[in-house]
Design a protein around this ligand. Structure first.
Ligand code: PLP
Length: 462
């Protein structure tokens, strides 16, 4: 097995070339062109001494798939290159990526700040599950107000969290602004870039330190598997804050390899001494994902690899279709608002222009004046759109957040998030634009028919 040794991740090649070639492994025995699926739990040791060396982490070789597997490594290298990071880790889902990424930083007694508009699953994870671990989240009210961010920092604040294109409201955050604040405060900035993908923005280039994705969405694209990824920018100086992040600067004894004390090494060296700017990802891989265990199957890594090879082509098409649909919706009298930052009328448009010159993704909501009944009529009348809780798929999808993903909230809480009874969320796929518009036209025709009074002829037939 040989890995291609090109300078990927360095601007020597364009995005589409990297998405195809970065990280690819050519199988030396048979010459298989596609990186194979290494479905194996573990890897052979040549001898007693070899096993000991592997466990000590001395030769960097493979031990057990919970720590590393060549199918996963190939995809990790591709994503590291695409995001301009220094290392990556694949895990079982986007939720696993968020959990593992933050548990690599936080411990009981810590506090972290988050932007207010997030995927609802992340919010409940933070509010409920993290609270049970003794980790407190605090959501800022206005992510554009630096004085508020500063006011909320506490002595035990350890991280900043946000989403590039927040799901489902698309109320974009200014990544440069929040990253500048995180740098000033000496706090790592973790950002979920699921809805944007590295094709639309590379948050590390804007000062974010760690990027997470639900790779189940655009990165995979085909909707056939879940996956998550954590990309380490290698830009946060963990060694500078030993009191805040002792896990990286405390010398620990014991074996340093996969089963051991997290790579500290028998010589009692710290992770920072041992791994430099990859210390965070090593700790996260070995101690957090390696022990809690939510790693990605090599089979699903392969499925992700297949999707990544066409990412730029798909996202380009997703964005083009989404803008066409958003523009069409904006012109319908039944529509009160369309939450798509690509529209000049959207309050986030200035940030869209600054951060997202290639487009602002394809997941957005629109609000029908007729409320829940109108939403039901439109959603049930759509034929090409799949009624599904998912996004970033090649297929167009539709969901009513008020009665599904956000049903556990009170109406007042939903309204505070901008999720009224008439809000319909779309994830626009890569189908032909005109077919999507025709399907929506058909659904709006059904809406108009439901709204108008029955004619005398219709009443006579009842
Ligand atoms: C922005 C965002 N992050 C994370 C997740 C969770 O991803 P997964 O479903 O792969 O666990 C989702 C799921 O919709 C999401 O929209």
């Amino acid at each position: 097995m040989t890995t291609t040794q090109q300078p990927y991740g360095s601007d020597a090649f364009g995005f589409s070339t990297e998405q195809v070639h970065a990280g690819e492994v050519i199988d030396a025995q048979f010459g298989a062109r596609i990186t194979p699926i290494y479905l194996t739990a573990g890897f052979l040791f040549d001898s007693f001494d070899h096993a000991e060396a592997r466990f000590a982490g001395d030769d960097g070789g493979l031990v057990y798939t919970r720590y590393a597997n060549p199918s996963n490594t190939a995809v990790e290298e591709k994503l590291t290159a695409l995001e301009r990071g220094v290392d990556s880790l694949l895990v079982a889902s986007g939720q696993a990526a968020i959990t593992v990424a933050l548990l690599g930083i936080l411990q009981a007694g810590d506090h972290f700040l988050s932007t207010p508009s997030l995927y609802e699953g992340s919010k409940t994870l933070f509010r409920e599950n993290f609270a049970r671990l003794g980790i407190e989240v605090e959501f800022v009210d206005d992510p554009h107000d630096l004085t508020e961010w500063k006011r909320r920092v506490r002595p035990n604040t350890r991280a900043i969290y946000g989403e590039t294109i927040p799901n489902p409201k698309n109320d974009l955050i200014d990544i440069d602004l929040i990253a500048g604040f995180a740098h000033e405060e000496g706090l790592p900035f973790v950002i979920d870039s699921t809805a944007s993908t590295p094709y639309l923005i590379r948050p590390i280039e804007h000062g974010a330190h760690i990027v997470v994705h639900s790779a189940s969405k655009f990165l995979t694209g085909h909707g056939a598997s879940l996956a998550g990824v954590i990309v380490d920018g290698g830009t946060f100086d963990w060694g500078r804050y030993p009191e805040k992040f002792p896990q990286f600067s405390t010398p620990a004894g014991g074996p340093g390899g996969p089963g051991g004390a997290g790579g500290s090494g028998p010589g009692g060296r710290t992770l920072v001494e041992r791994f430099g700017n990859r210390a965070y990802l090593e700790y996260t891989r070995t101690v957090i994902a390696g022990r809690f265990g939510p790693v990605l199957s090599p089979l699903n890594a392969f499925l992700l690899q297949q999707g990544l090879e066409t990412l730029s082509l798909r996202v380009e098409r997703h964005c083009r279709n989404a803008l066409a649909v958003a523009t069409w919706l904006e012109n319908q009298p039944e529509v009160l608002s369309v939450d798509y930052p690509g529209l000049a009328s959207n309050p986030s448009h200035p940030i869209a222009v600054k951060h997202y010159p290639r487009g602002t993704g394809s997941v957005f909501g629109f609000t029908l004046a007729g409320g829940r009944d109108a939403a039901r009529t439109v959603i049930d009348a759509l034929e090409l759109f799949s009624r599904m809780s998912h996004m970033g798929d090649v297929r167009s999808l539709v969901l009513h957040p008020g009665s599904t993903s956000h049903a556990h909230l009170s109406e007042e809480q939903r309204l505070l998030l901008g999720i009224g009874p008439g809000l319909v969320r779309l994830s626009i796929g890569i189908e032909d634009e005109q077919d999507l518009l025709d399907d929506l036209q058909h659904a709006f025709t059904a809406l108009r028919a439901a709204a108008r009074p029955a004619t005398i002829g219709e009443l006579a037939r009842v």
